[in-house]
Design a protein around this ligand. Structure first.
Ligand code: NAD
Length: 588
């Protein structure tokens, strides 16, 4: 028995027989896969209700624009509502790209893509999947940052859900307004720390919307199973409060018990409506809440924080891959973090786990990691004390504020920039890194590009092309003495779509930290010797869809080994299992 495509709205079932081959429960599985879990036939039916007339053209899931055949135009009563030409999806995609390429500014390109998503979802995903490398920087960092800054000005049509502090006590009722019966993944923000741009309030919605587009484009998670959410608890951004067009609540941020109660209620309401395996990805929450909320929810909800754990995973992947260039183990490196926030502490904690796997005791691993924040070097005797997350990395040293002096003291072999302080890695500091090590690791990860601690060009030139470089935002290739370096981008998009696909497909109820180390290894393993020779510690972005799928399969394997997966019986071929669940953007 085998299954094929089942729908019009995108679930793609290849022949599933191979997935469970050799599995005694095979026939039961078919029943399960089609009936109960991962997607529900009910919701498929609901979204599949065939519309007609102008309603059909207004529905972004069913609309095919000029690709409707004459027969369909008659059948669905849209004849006369479209011009005569019939253009297949391929030609429509070419037309969309030609138009996009004719646009001048990145912001108008972003707006065109959003409009396309709202008008014809399958065409949007075809265009995004076929031009990932070109379009990812538009729907995601860095251009999404510009879009968020301007979100109230360019706002046209709401996407996702906005829940405000004034909705407390009613969140369940509000979630009931979402039209999709089945939601498997939510990306939620409160907009307090958008990329390196600070508090953008409800304008931060661009982030969940963009990230979920990548869930679909990179990991094939059907878009109707995803939901972007903004929890609008106010903003402390005075410019937004003064802006008459601001789309969010015009009040200062609510903090304390009222804030906590709102998040608690939201988490409970999600579970009540969509079940314990509904994934909730936290995104761009302010530092003071991000760690707290992760600690609070990680053991009881299917949740992760991409700024902390996703960043950690992608950065550690780059460091793992760089071991093949430097010939050093992770535990032989000495790390200095410029910035000690969500990204830095997430990476530092995962590095400790990676070093422990290399057989190094926890304390020794922590000794190899030094942090610096806005108040200077993180030291034990800091005036005013340190919070719990930083304390475990605090060193016995005198307080110091100057990065160059700190480099002299620490003598790092790896310098990681996550402070959103542009140009902080100046030529002197980069040269020092070049003097301290044959192959220094220089990772200016701050986003967007304008916040990067240095450019690829600066890092390669200051170290005569010897550094191993990775950045948060993309940089062009650099040529030194006839050799071309292709700087790697430590983009979280290598990690979060694949982890999420695995979590959803396996129906896990929690996502332990180790999943992120498994993902790091799965990503690093896909970096080829050819990539490394060109200076890349990540696979080319053009391969990211294949990379995500393989990564998801590895993480799924871990979920089964650790008995975290609730989807039974266990599929024998995890890769094929993931593939069978992926979205198909073609018109059926
Ligand atoms: P955060 O607000 O949690 O932390 C920022 C840290 O920088 C804080 O510890 C702060 O004290 C420190 N800092 C500020 N000014 C400083 C200064 N002058 N000197 C030294 N330290 C200073 O933010 P975050 O989530 O950790 O993100 C930081 C940056 O990393 C952002 O630009 C973000 O876009 C980027 N980031 C990149 C990736 C990636 O490339 N994959 C992933 C996540 C975050």
């Amino acid at each position: 028995m085998s299954l094929f495509r089942v729908n019009q709205n995108g679930f793609f079932l290849h022949s599933i027989s191979k997935v469970f081959s050799g599995n005694p429960y095979y026939s039961k599985v078919n029943q399960q896969v089609t009936g109960k879990r991962w997607f529900s036939l009910d919701s498929t039916k609901m979204s599949n209700r065939q519309l007609s007339g102008s309603d059909l053209l207004k529905d972004n899931r069913q609309n095919k624009d000029l690709s409707f055949t004459m027969r369909e135009r008659d059948q669905y009563k849209i004849r006369g509502l479209l011009p005569a030409a019939i253009r297949g999806q391929k030609l429509e995609a070419e037309a969309a790209m030609a138009y996009l390429n004719s646009l001048e500014s990145n912001l108008t390109k972003y707006m065109f893509l959003r409009e396309l998503q709202d008008r014809n979802e399958r065409l949007f995903y075809r265009v995004l999947c076929e031009n990932t490398e070109q379009l990812m920087p538009l729907v995601y960092t860095p251009v999404v940052g510009e879009a968020c800054i301007n979100y109230s000005r360019i706002f046209q049509r709401a996407r996702g859900m906005y829940i405000t502090v004034h909705d407390s006590g009613q969140i369940s009722n509000i979630l009931a307004n979402w039209p999709e019966k089945d939601v498997k993944a939510i990306v939620v923000t409160d907009g307090e720390r958008i990329l390196g741009l600070g508090d953008l309030g409800a304008n931060g919605m661009g982030i969940p919307v963009g990230k979920l587009s990548l869930y679909t484009a990179l990991a094939g998670i059907p878009p109707n199973l995803t939901l972007p959410v903004t929890l609008d608890t106010g903003t402390d951004n005075q410019e937004l409060l003064n802006n008459p067009f601001y789309i969010g609540l015009k009040q200062r941020r609510v903090r304390g018990p009222q804030y906590d109660d709102l998040i608690d209620e939201f988490m409970e309401a999600v579970i009540k409506r969509w079940g314990r395996s509904c994934l909730i990805q936290f995104e761009d929450f302010g530092n003071r809440n991000a760690f707290r909320l992760l600690e609070k929810y990680r053991d009881n909800y299917c949740t992760f924080n991409d700024d902390i754990q996703g960043t950690a995973s992608v950065c550690v992947a780059g460091i793992l891959a760089s071991c093949r260039i430097t010939g050093m183990r992770i535990s032989q490196q000495k790390f200095l973090f410029f910035g000690a926030g969500e990204a830095a502490l997430g990476i530092a904690n995962l590095l400790v786990m990676a070093m422990e796997k290399e057989g190094v005791p926890n304390e020794e691993a922590r000794d190899r990691i030094w942090l610096m924040d806005s108040r200077g070097l993180v030291v034990e005797n800091r005036e005013g004390g340190l919070d719990n997350e930083k304390i475990k990395f605090a060193k016995k040293a005198e307080p110091m504020k100057n990065l160059e002096a700190i480099v002299d003291l620490v003598k790092p072999t790896a310098l990681i920039g996550v402070a959103a302080q542009p140009k902080a890695f100046n030529e002197k500091i980069l040269k020092k890194m070049g003097a301290l090590s044959d192959r220094p690791l220089i990772f200016p990860l701050s986003n967007p590009t304008s916040k990067a601690e240095c450019t690829a060009d600066e890092a390669y030139h200051a170290t005569e092309g010897r550094c191993v470089f990775a950045s948060g935002s993309p940089f062009d290739a650099v040529e030194i003495n006839g050799k071309t370096f292709h700087p790697g981008q430590g983009n979280n998009a290598y990690i979060f779509p694949g982890i999420s696909l695995a979590a959803i497909a396996c129906g896990v109820h929690t996502i332990p930290d180790e999943s992120f180390l498994i993902a790091s290894k799965a990503l690093a393993d896909q970096v080829t010797d050819e990539d490394l020779a060109q200076g890349r510690v990540y696979p080319p972005l053009s391969d990211i869809r294949e990379v995500s799928l393989k990564l998801a399969a590895k993480v799924a394997q871990y979920f089964y080994v650790e008995s975290l997966a609730t989807v039974r019986p266990e599929p024998t071929d995890k890769l094929l299992f993931m593939k069978t669940l992926q979205y198909d953007y073609s018109y059926v």
